[in-house]
Design a protein around this ligand. Sequence first.
Ligand code: DX5
Ligand code: ZN
Length: 215
Amino acid sequence: MALIAPSLLAADFLNLERDCKMVNESEADWFHLDVMDGLFVPNISFGLPVIEAINRVANKTLDVHLMIEKPERYVKDFKAAGADVLTVHYEASTHLHRSLQAIKAEGMQAGVALNPHTPVELLEDVLEDIDLVCIMSVNPGFGGQKFIENTYRKVEKLKNMIAKRAGQTLIEIDGGVNNDNAPKLIEAGADVLVAGSFVFRSEDPIATIADLKKH
Ligand code: DX5
Ligand code: ZN
């Protein structure tokens, strides 16, 4: 059984409070919040004021995924907005180790996200400093994309790397997650499943979250 983190990128922004309350009432574990700057990824989503508003209604962990250049500039601001887990991209962070320390110094869990082309082995020397690795199973920037099959191999490799160190680092999967790939991802070693369109485009999001939770 994995933690389930619905991605609010697929919510109805005109009814954000309603959708947040749905997640509150569901079996979901976390809120996954995607911040995009139009530079690191081609798309622009939402930022600090929206997260601050979500934090006022959400009663679960806020898992904030920064798809922005130089994310270290905003660590304190995302803490103030309510982030509990703050994830930066490996590809956007020149001084990744320093960024991880800064996130932890603010009392948040520190995450690192990897684009599909970035090998998990590149985390060898910082793994002990990472609370969560987010393996992107689509190219970041948009919801509703097709799951990349190579993800299973990356999860298995990373799981071994963590086990060798007897570490506690969580493995999160982000992009194209659904009921077909969820059991295989969990078997490979995934701990947290992010799901956007699969949850919010379904007839009954609460039931869809409960289904994901059953795997
Ligand atoms: C993509 C985002 C994802 C996205 C997932 O860049 O990081 O969190 O919301 O959406 P689905 O589940 O629709 O692929
Ligand atoms: Zn995300």
